[in-house]
Design a protein around this ligand. Structure first.
Ligand code: SF4
Length: 335
């Protein structure tokens, strides 16, 4: 049995129901090996032309709308995420198939319960495990916890859901919560830990492990502080804007450019699809890069980059517009 439900019946129904003749399929890297099977299934059952995208698909922020339009595809099928953009249309309709996980959740939540601090727990997960959240909440309630589930955020469109760049719902319930429990991968757990000021526990259904993320959070916050300190002494900034439909923030970049110049420093806006560290090497005169695209690029792997890289919020601290404490209060992760 596959560990993910790719909902083949729905896929075929969407294709035939919409009368599609040519489709582009986007799969996240972990599911790309399903591409051959899906293409064979669709062609066998419907006779439709199928193209499987071989470029990364980091999230529903990363829809291959331009590629679909160039192909003259009449449907883009995006796996592994749910709808993200409120207006993602360039004329090509998008079908989202979230790929629900069949991994067991209850045993790892049971294990995680003993690591939780206090009786009031904030509980959230990713789209892959959302169908098991009610069961996990019931288990915790049976153990005497008061469970608080976050509402929707600007990008995560379902109750109880977190995204790598949207923990807004957790921030909202934080006053009622002693600690947070996140069901999912390390990436999502860490994002939560960097966004809230409570102990955060990860229950990982993929490998069955439980991890208290408080030390990871402290380590990254120290790294970020050092990075922002370096940026505050820098004179020339490269403000990165992504072409990806859900990560593209040109207006924010223009506003940062203005504020950096008003602070007496120089800046230029750089425009890229994939933000590749080796490509940034070519901009030899730039001291610090400012990431207005996926915030996790700067936060998770800054050592991959040849120069310091900070987020759109961290630059506000570097130019003296915000205090460090204000940034921490807001949370480090924001798209
Ligand atoms: S965390 Fe980054 S890759 Fe994931 S949805 Fe947000 S912007 Fe996209």
């Amino acid at each position: 049995m596959s560990m993910f439900d790719l909902d083949d019946d729905r896929l075929l129904a969407e294709i035939t129901g919409r009368g599609a003749r040519r489709i582009l399929i986007q799969l996240p890297d972990g599911l790309k090996n399903e591409g051959t099977r899906l293409a064979g299934l669709i062609r066998g059952k419907t006779g439709v032309d199928v193209f499987v995208s071989a470029v990364p698909a980091w999230g529903a922020c990363d829809l291959s709308l331009d590629a679909a339009a160039r192909l003259k595809a009449d449907l883009l099928v995006h796996y592994g995420h749910n709808e993200f953009l409120r207006d993602s249309s360039n004329g090509v309709p998008v079908v989202y198939i979230p790929a629900r996980s069949n991994h067991e959740v209850i045993p790892v939540v049971e294990k995680a319960a003993s690591a939780l601090q206090g009786r009031n727990v904030g509980l959230a997960t990713t789209i892959q495990h959302l169908h098991k959240l009610a069961e996990a909440a019931k288990l915790l309630e049976a153990k005497g916890f008061n469970v608080h589930v976050p509402g929707r955020g600007p990008w995560s469109h379902q109750t109880g859901q977190v995204l790598g760049c949207d923990y807004f719902g957790l921030k909202k319930i934080q006053p009622q919560v002693d600690s947070f429990l996140i069901i999912g991968s390390y990436f999502h757990g860490l994002g939560a830990a960097l966004s809230v000021e409570r102990s955060t526990i990860l229950a990982d259904p993929y490998d069955g492990t439980v991890k208290v993320l408080d030390q990871d959070r402290d380590r990254i916050i120290r790294q970020r502080y050092a990075m922002v300190d370096k940026a505050s002494k820098a004179g020339n900034f490269g403000i990165i804007v992504s072409t990806k439909p859900g990560q593209s923030n040109p207006q924010i970049a223009l506003s940062i450019l203005k504020q950096v110049e008003e602070a007496g420093k120089k800046a230029v806006i750089l425009y890229a699809d994939e933000i590749l560290p080796q490509k940034l090497l070519d901009f030899t005169d730039i001291d610090v890069f400012v990431d207005t695209a996926c915030p996790r690029l700067a936060l998770d792997d800054p050592e991959r980059f040849p120069k310091p890289i900070i987020t759109r919020d961290e630059i506000m601290v570097a130019i003296g517009a915000w205090t460090w404490e204000h940034l921490l209060e807001r949370g480090l992760v924001r798209l």
